[in-house]
Design a protein. Structure first.
Length: 405
């Protein structure tokens, strides 16, 4: 399975006036040993190193860019200095700097060769960061195996505008396929475990053979959070049982989180209200006024520190979080530590399929569980919720009932 990185005029993707004199630079990337289909391709600067570089200009024969040693071709947010130096002498009109600086990654082509036909996956550039470039799948088609490479590249560039609103505009790239529903697996960890060590080590493994088929959420690889939560169990009516929690915000306002579930399960209904003012921090009075139909009881307040490793499935385009957290109740210091593996959202791409969310979530959960096993962490696969944790403390039914302490 051959891969080509194409640097060209960004007008192939955006509503720009085409720069007619700008050539196309085609870079042969290392063969993908896996060879499977991709919803997304992630190229770090080192991944773009190649000795196979060709430049094509309108009305001229393709030129092989000199050099036998592989050199980085794209570096962060611009063309690499070594490749720019090799391209510069190829412009006789003295405008090399302007031309070279105008080139952008436009597509990666994945060419699946067979005896008579070649299947082409087209992945258009959707994100550039210093750590690397991300490409999302926008098209797929087949051509005769004898089709010249330049024709395949030209067709790939023409298809780069497909799904453009979900590629060219960064905040339109994603969609939650199950809005209002939380989908997550949990692993409860027992004993004195450093959640930061777990998170930082797992983050370093994403994109490596230890987590096959997963890449970082580029530019958003790790997040660190802390909240203080005031929790009320919802006892009735039966179709709204679960809990309502008030989370303090730095502004002094609160976010209200309402989770509805009759038992601890993988999927739970979850809704939010933001920037709420709670007069006198009287949460019970607020609930009585805003939710008079609910019967609630107040549970312990706790702090929750959470370190998230954010990653994406390269095969399916689904984004997940490995959310490793430590909950401590205020005053009596009961502790719960868990690794939550949660679905976040999905990349909008050709071939998007919600049916692959749960299988890929389960595969990722097994990888996280394997990491914890390798680190000799005593643990338990579970759906054990924060609500059950607080209930168990209140029930005082023995040390065994308070998991993770």
């Amino acid at each position: 399975m051959r891969r080509l990185l194409v640097l060209a005029d960004p007008a192939f993707q955006y509503s720009l006036v085409p720069r007619r004199l700008l050539p196309v630079v085609v870079i042969g990337l290392p063969v993908d040993d896996d060879g499977g289909d991709r919803a997304v391709e992630y190229l770090r600067p080192a991944d773009t190193a190649s000795a196979s570089v060709r430049m094509s200009a309108a009305g001229a024969a393709p030129i092989r860019v000199g050099g036998d040693a592989a050199l980085p071709t794209w570096q962060g947010c611009s063309i690499s200095a070594p490749l720019a130096a090799r391209l510069a002498p190829l412009w006789p009109d003295g405008a090399a700097h302007e031309h070279i600086g105008s080139l952008s990654p436009v597509v990666v082509l994945r060419l699946h060769d067979a005896q008579e036909r070649t299947r082409v996956e087209v992945l258009a550039c959707t994100r550039l960061r210093e750590v690397g470039a991300v490409f999302g799948k926008v098209a797929e088609w087949t051509v005769p195996a004898t089709t010249p490479k330049d024709e395949v590249v030209a067709a790939g560039l023409e298809s780069a505008r497909q799904l453009r609103e979900h590629v060219a505009v960064e905040n339109h790239v994603f969609r939650n396929l199950v809005p209002g529903i939380e989908i997550e697996n949990k692993i409860t960890m027992h004993g004195d475990v450093s959640i930061w060590r777990m998170a930082s080590e797992i983050a370093a493994l994403v994109g490596s053979p230890a987590f096959p088929g997963f890449i970082p959420d580029v530019g958003n690889e790790v997040q660190r959070w802390e909240v203080f939560q005031h929790t009320f169990e919802v006892l009735s009516p039966s179709d709204e049982v679960g809990y309502i929690a008030f989370q303090e915000q730095p502004s002094g306002a609160f976010m209200l989180k309402h989770k509805t579930f009759a038992e601890d399960t993988q999927q739970r209904v979850e809704t939010f209200r933001h920037n709420l003012t709670v007069p006198g921090r009287d949460f019970a009075a607020f609930l009585a006024a805003e939710y008079p139909h609910l019967t609630v009881r107040e549970l312990r307040t706790f702090s929750r520190t959470r370190f998230d490793v954010n990653l994406e499935s390269s095969a399916t385009g689904h984004f997940f979080g490995i959310e490793i957290d430590e909950v401590r109740t205020t005053g009596d210091e009961h502790v719960l530590r868990q690794a939550e593996v949660a679905y976040h959202r999905s990349r909008i791409h050709s071939g998007l399929d919600a049916a692959t969310i749960e299988p890929e979530l389960e595969r990722l959960t097994r990888l996280v569980d394997g990491y914890l096993a390798d680190n000799h962490v005593e643990r338990e696969r579970t759906f054990y919720s924060k609500l059950s944790f607080l209930r168990d403390i209140d029930n005082l039914s023995g040390a065994g009932a308070i998991q993770g302490s």
